[in-house]
Design a protein around this ligand. Structure first.
Ligand code: NAD
Length: 257
């Protein structure tokens, strides 16, 4: 076997305990990166991801940090630093994946200020400060990958605040690319369409009509899988993607074509 694409790299994946984040953590681990799997509440699930990466021949560690309104990025980096000697010599990170996010977000009429603050705290505030406080640890030539959503560019009034958080995230990505380019650091967003994760389970799974409707939105005619997104992230994290920055990479299977 040749050298794996991310051999020797250190990656941090927020919301790595389940869904898309889990698939990203596992894929980066298979590509040779040592993966810090950040989780908020589901320790058992995070440990399972760590064990799976180990079983695949990789290295990983679970880091506990709440990132919403009641959390702060400093706690995440403190957890990272606390274990750095074991897996990230010098406390250096090569790849930051801001994946943690929440989709709960009603239409304008039923939106509360509290609900607005919550979705912006997890989806926007957290990535801003994870990056701000991670910058001194991020190696020149490193990667920032933000998990956005196709909802940033589609009118979906039923989840109006959620869509706005992802629009904000994409603009953040654009600015990071410009600011960090001189250090050889790339910053890109990946924008999934509907992906079969626990987040969508309540309305999607076991509901053939809903699944058919969701599948029909994609030109490729099926609902997305977490691995469909993780494989794109792995590319962006690799040296092959060194000349791509400041972009939103579509991961919707061709929705809205
Ligand atoms: P999920 O609900 O299955 O997982 C979300 C992850 O974020 C979990 O690990 C959770 O612990 C973490 N998280 C949530 N709130 C947190 C908090 N306050 N502090 C720290 N961590 C927190 O979701 P998913 O479907 O895997 O989505 C992952 C990302 O992809 C999100 O940013 C989401 O907006 C985006 N996305 C998902 C879809 C989809 O259809 N599933 C589509 C487009 C974009």
């Amino acid at each position: 076997m040749g050298t794996r694409a991310l051999e020797g790299k250190i990656a941090l994946v927020t919301g790595g305990s389940r869904g898309i984040g889990r698939a990203i953590a596992q894929r980066l681990g298979r590509d040779g990166a040592t993966v810090a799997v950040a989780y908020a509440r589901d320790e058992a699930a995070a440990n399972e991801v760590v064990a799976r990466i180990g079983a695949d021949g990789g290295r990983a560690i679970a880091l506990h940090a709440e990132l919403g309104r009641h959390g702060d990025a400093a706690a995440l980096w403190a957890a990272f630093d606390a274990h750095a000697d074991e897996y990230a010599p010098g406390g250096v990170v090569d790849i930051i994946v801001n994946n943690a996010g929440i989709g709960r977000s009603p239409d304008l009429a039923s939106l509360t200020e509290d609900g607005f603050d919550e979705v912006f705290a997890v989806n926007v505030r957290a990535p801003f400060f994870v990056v701000q406080q991670g910058l001194r640890r991020l190696r020149d030539g490193g990667r920032i990958i933000n998990i956005s959503s196709g909802a940033a560019r589609l009118a979906m009034p039923e989840i109006i605040a959620y869509g706005a958080t992802k629009g904000a995230l994409d603009t953040f990505t654009l600015n990071l690319a410009k600011q960090l380019g001189p250090r050889g650091i790339t910053a890109n967003s990946v924008a999934p369409g509907i992906i079969d994760t626990d987040n969508n389970a309540s309305w999607l799974r076991g509901n053939p009509e809903a699944e058919a409707g969701a599948a029909a939105l994609a030109a490729l005619g099926r609902v997305g899988r977490p691995e469909d997104v993780a494989d794109i992230v792995a590319f962006l994290a690799s040296d092959d993607a060194r000349w791509v920055t400041g972009r939103v990479i579509d991961a919707t299977g061709g929705s809205g074509l």
